[in-house]
Write a protein that binds this ligand. Structure first.
Ligand SMILES: NC(=O)C1=CN([C@@H]2O[C@H](COP(=O)(O)OP(=O)(O)OC[C@H]3O[C@@H](n4cnc5c(N)ncnc54)[C@H](O)[C@@H]3O)[C@@H](O)[C@H]2O)C=CC1
Ligand SMILES: O=C(O)[C@H]1O[C@H](OP(=O)(O)OP(=O)(O)OC[C@H]2O[C@@H](n3ccc(=O)[nH]c3=O)[C@H](O)[C@@H]2O)[C@H](O)[C@@H](O)[C@@H]1O
Length: 480
């Protein structure tokens, strides 16, 4: 059996590497139009930082795992073709800022139509609006010259989270496969199911109809993000009342119907998918006339934006309503720990707001390069996922207010405040006395991840703000 995957990104790369690793007899080729990305996959330094990924790729690469830009050749030769291209939020035209941009998706479908001379199973791996499989079927049916060729479209959404991708792929809670409930559709489902059952217990490989599978992915992300927005909304109430959101999370999470996961209040969720997928869900609901449902889900994003605003407002309020010219140390830029991914990271919004108030930012992240940060801060919203989203004139302005540092200590030296944006483990064990000694006084810590101990840091002399934690007396007693 031969598998090809169009799109060698955060999903295509690791998922295909896992299939190749677990099934040495299946040839897996991961394809991309971006030569640079393929070169990185073929090098010693992979394009993605993900714990455990190197071992898997290095074992399978060259054996039965290959990375190539020769898309048409390998698509033509494959039995199963995964499509794992980016499906970003539209930046212009109808549905801009909400609908999914299916340009890359459709171009992948057209490539398949052009390249195929035999019947194939096509697997939607990307997250797509419900009913996208129908659009793919139509593109293939009208473009494939040989009418005897059959395409069976499956939906097999990916549920991995970055930072834990390899564990998630090795031991998934479930694998979901949706297909047409026809004879050939069911056969295609069984073929893909058999691939996963090589390492996933069969009761965890769930099957559904195509539309249920497509919608389940958007719904899963919406539910996960909704939990974060719910606890973040409560964190604001905690700060207003003296309750502690960590205690509230623990108390409610012990109810087995609620469960303890995804209840960490934070500066807001980031990542390439939560916001994009909720906006997409909202757009679909509006398109079918479900305004109330759309409004309900939109509020998850509204609260997330509110949380980021609230965080910066707390910083300003504590620092006498001005950060003009003040050095602000930003600890962490990635959207979560154990990844170098910065897509939709809350750090971007926080830095933008601080820079708008004329702050000087000194940022340290163990995995994110300076180029990446400057690029992120220079792009317009949603542009990061589009190839056109290249250098903008904003870059020069950003560079005047933003520098990167090699260590947390360097970032904090001479700073008025530290803002923790990513929960990297190393931030938990820093020598905070040393950091304090090198800072301007009063020295502040704004913990956007609730990873430091406010009591200990207050003993050192810091003014500490933690999301949803009782406010520091320095702030409550001030005249502001
Ligand atoms: N990043 C994540 O953790 C997860 C992402 N997803 C979904 O998976 C999909 C892919 O996401 P990522 O891997 O993060 O995106 P990505 O941007 O990292 O990778 C997509 C790749 O597809 C390539 N591409 C675009 N059009 C192409 C074409 N016509 N032919 C060949 N290559 C093409 C791009 O050059 C890019 O390298 C999205 O729909 C996303 O919503 C789903 C679960 C998790
Ligand atoms: O479709 C996707 O792209 C993926 O989106 C998320 O995965 P990911 O974005 O990689 O990471 P998460 O662990 O979900 O974290 C997302 C954001 O929420 C934040 N978060 C998470 C949990 C929490 O309790 N509090 C919180 O603020 C994280 O810091 C991060 O910024 C989902 O967890 C995956 O199941 C899904 O496949």
């Amino acid at each position: 059996m031969k598998i090809a995957c169009i799109g060698a990104g955060y999903v295509g790369g690791p998922t295909m590497a896992m299939i190749a690793y677990k099934c040495p007899d299946i040839e897996v080729v991961v394809l991309d139009i971006a030569q640079a990305r393929i070169d990185q996959w073929n090098s010693d330094k992979l394009p993605i930082y993900e714990p455990g990924l190197d071992e898997i790729v290095f074992e399978a690469r060259g054996r039965n795992l290959f990375f190539s830009i020769d898309v048409e050749k390998h698509v033509g030769e494959a039995d199963i073709i995964f499509i794992s291209v980016n499906t970003p939020t539209k930046v212009r035209g109808v549905g801009a800022g909400a609908a999914a941009d299916l340009t890359y998706w459709e171009s992948a479908a057209r490539t398949i139509a052009k390249a195929c001379t035999s019947s194939k199973i096509i697997v939607e791996k990307s997250t797509v609006p419900v009913k996208t499989a129908e659009a793919v079927e139509k593109v293939l049916a009208r473009n494939c010259v040989d009418k005897s060729i059959r395409f069976d479209i499956l939906s097999n959404p990916e549920f991995l989270a970055e930072g834990t991708a390899i564990d998630d792929l090795k031991k998934p809670d479930r694998v979901l496969i949706g297909g047409r409930e026809t004879e050939s559709g069911l056969k295609a489902v069984a073929t893909l199911k058999a691939v996963y059952e090589r390492w996933v217990p069969s009761e965890r490989v769930i099957t559904a109809n195509l539309w249920s599978a497509e919608l389940s992915k958007l719904t899963a992300n919406a539910f996960l993000a909704q939990r974060i927005s719910s606890i973040n909304a409560i964190s604001a109430l905690c700060e207003a009342t003296g309750a502690n959101v960590k205690q509230v999370s623990y108390a409610i999470g012990t109810d087995s119907r609620i469960g303890p996961k995804f209840l960490n209040a934070s500066v807001g969720f980031g990542g390439s998918c939560f916001q994009k997928d909720i906006l997409n869900l909202v757009y679909i609901c509006e398109s079918v006339g479900l305004k109330e449902v759309a409004d309900y889900w939109r509020s998850v994003v509204t609260i997330n934006d509110y949380q980021k605003d609230r965080f910066v407002n707390r910083m300003l309020e504590a620092m006498f309503n001005t950060v003009s010219g003040k050095r602000c140390a930003i600890f962490g830029f990635a959207f979560k720990k154990d990844t170098g991914d910065t897509r939709e990271t809350p750090a971007i919004d926080v830095c933008h707001k601080l820079m708008a108030d004329k702050a000087k930012i000194a940022c340290y992240d163990p995995q994110v390069t300076e180029d990446q940060m400057i690029r992120d801060l220079s792009l317009d919203p949603y542009m990061w996922d589009h190839p056109a989203g290249q250098v903008t004139p904003k870059m020069t302005m950003v560079k005047q207010q933003f520098t990167t540092c090699k260590t947390a200590y360097e970032a904090a030296a001479g700073a008025h405040c530290i803002a923790i944006m990513t929960e990297w483990d190393e931030f938990k064990t820093l020598d905070y006395q040393k950091l304090y000694d090198g800072m301007v006084k009063p020295a502040y810590i704004f913990d956007g991840r609730n990873i430091v101990d406010p009591v200990k840091l207050r003993e050192i002399g810091f003014v500490v703000y933690g999301i949803g934690q009782p406010l520091d007396p320095f702030v409550t007693e001030s005249a502001f």
